[in-house]
Design a binder for this molecule. Structure first.
Ligand code: ATP
Length: 337
C-alpha cells in the first residue's frame, strides 16, 4: 500500500509558542486517522499545516511522495471541514457546495452534475440545497460543509471536530455516515477531536497528541488495550493505573487495567489476582454500572459491570483480575532487583 500522506519533522511556532513539535507520521491511501488530544495540544494547527493555511516553521509534507510543503492551499486538492461549518451565509447550499468547482473554473453543467451527485451521496435533498445555511439545521449545515469539501474529488479529507456542535444522537448518526462514505469513496481522511468515543469505533488508526507532540499512533484496539504511556491510557477512556508490584508483578512501574476487565463477586473466584475492597460509589452509566472500590491498602479501582452490583455502598466485595487483562505501561518500567 502507498503512503498517501507523510509528515516529516513537522514543527510550527506561533511567534515564540511551539504549537506543533517535530511530528512525523505516514498514512496509507484510503485510511482514516483520528488525532485525539486535549484542548490546545496543537490538533487544529496540524490540520492547518497539512491544508496549507499555515507554513511549517520546520519539516515537510508529502502527498503521494510529492513534497507539497511550499504548494499553495488551493493547489493541494485537500478538502477541509471545520467545526463551525464556515459556510457562506449569503449563498444557497447549492452555491456553497459548487464554490470549489467554480474557483477551478469547471463548466456550469458539469458543476451542477457534480453538486447533485455529491448532495445525493451525502443525504441532502434537492429542496435542502436550494436553501441558505441559516434555513438549515446544524446537521444539514455540516452535510453541506462535507459536500463542499468532497465535491472536487480531493486527494485527502481533513475534518476538524466536525461533529462538535451537534447533539449526541445526531453526532452518532453522522459519525457512522461519515465513516461509511469515507470507506465507499476510499478517501484518505484525517479527523481531529478531543472525544475518544468519537474516535475509537470509527478509525483505522488513532494518534494521540499532547503539548504539540504526537505521543503514539496505533490501531484503535491496540492503543486502547496496550498504550505506551499513562497519558495515552487515560486519554482513551476510564482506566486503572496501579503499581505493578501491587498486582504481584515483579516490576517497578505502572500497570493499566480497563474497568470492564475487572471481575467482581463470584466472577472473580477463578482470577489469579484477587483483593477485597469497600464499595465507595456506584454510578449508573446508561448501560453499565461504574463501581468505585477502595482496597484495605488504600488503592482505588474503577470497575464497569453490565449487571447491577449485588452489594451496596460501604459493603466489602472481592475483585479479581486475569493476568492477560493487565498491561504493563512500557514508560518507566524497571525490573525489581
Ligand atoms: P482545540 O481542541 O481547543 O481546538 P487544538 O488542539 O486544536 O485545540 P490548536 O488550536 O492547534 O490546538 O492550538 C495549539 C496551541 O497554539 C494552543 O496553545 C493555542 O493557544 C495556540 N494558538 C493557536 N492559534 C494561535 C494563534 N493564531 N496565535 C497564537 N497562538 C495560537
Amino acid at each position: 500500500m502507498t503512503n498517501k500522506i507523510k509528515l516529516e519533522n513537522l514543527t510550527y511556532y506561533y511567534r515564540d509558542k511551539k504549537a506543533v513539535d517535530n511530528i512525523s507520521l505516514s498514512l496509507h491511501s484510503g485510511k482514516f486517522l483520528t488525532i485525539l488530544g486535549p484542548s490546545g495540544c496543537g490538533k487544529t494547527t496540524v490540520l492547518k499545516l497539512i491544508g496549507g493555511y499555515l507554513s511549517p516553521t520546520k519539516g515537510s509534507i508529502f502527498i503521494d511522495d510529492i513534497d507539497i510543503t511550499s504548494t499553495i492551499a488551493c493547489s493541494r486538492k485537500i478538502g477541509m471541514v471545520f467545526q463551525n461549518y464556515v459556510l457562506f451565509p449569503h449563498l444557497s447550499a447549492r452555491k456553497n457546495i459548487a464554490f470549489p468547482l467554480e474557483i477551478r473554473k469547471l463548466p456550469k453543467n458539469e458543476c451542477e452534475k457534480k453538486v447533485d451527485a455529491i448532495s445525493e451521496l451525502i443525504g441532502l435533498t434537492q429542496k435542502e440545497i436550494e436553501r441558505k445555511p441559516s434555513e438549515l439545521s446544524g446537521g444539514q449545515q455540516q452535510r453541506v460543509a462535507l459536500a463542499r469539501a468532497l465535491v472536487f474529488e480531493p486527494h485527502l479529507l481533513l475534518l476538524d471536530e466536525p461533529l462538535a456542535n451537534l447533539d449526541k444522537e445526531l453526532k452518532t448518526k453522522l459519525r457512522s455516515e461519515i465513516r461509511r462514505l469515507q470507506k465507499d469513496i476510499k478517501i484518505t481522511t484525517i479527523m481531529v477531536t478531543h472525544d475518544h468515543e468519537e474516535a475509537l469505533p470509527n478509525s483505522d488508526l488513532i494518534g494521540v497528541m499532547d503539548h504539540g507532540k504526537l505521543m503514539e499512533v496505533n490501531d484503535p484496539k491496540i492503543i486502547y488495550d496496550n498504550p505506551h504511556s499513562v497519558f495515552v491510557a487515560n486519554f482513551l477512556g476510564e482506566t486503572n493505573i496501579i503499581p505493578a508490584n501491587f498486582l504481584n508483578i515483579s516490576r517497578n512501574g505502572m500497570a493499566h487495567i480497563r474497568p470492564e476487565k475487572i471481575k467482581i463477586g463470584t466472577y472473580a473466584t477463578d482470577c489469579n489476582w484477587k483483593k477485597n475492597g469497600i464499595i465507595t460509589s456506584i454510578t449508573f452509566m446508561g448501560t453499565d454500572f461504574l463501581i468505585d472500590l477502595k482496597t484495605t491498602e488504600g488503592f482505588h479501582f474503577k470497575i464497569l459491570s453490565r449487571e447491577p452490583p449485588l452489594s451496596t455502598i460501604g459493603s466489602t466485595i472481592t475483585i479479581g483480575i486475569e493476568t492477560e487483562a493487565i498491561w504493563l505501561i512500557p514508560d518507566n518500567l524497571k525490573d525489581l532487583k
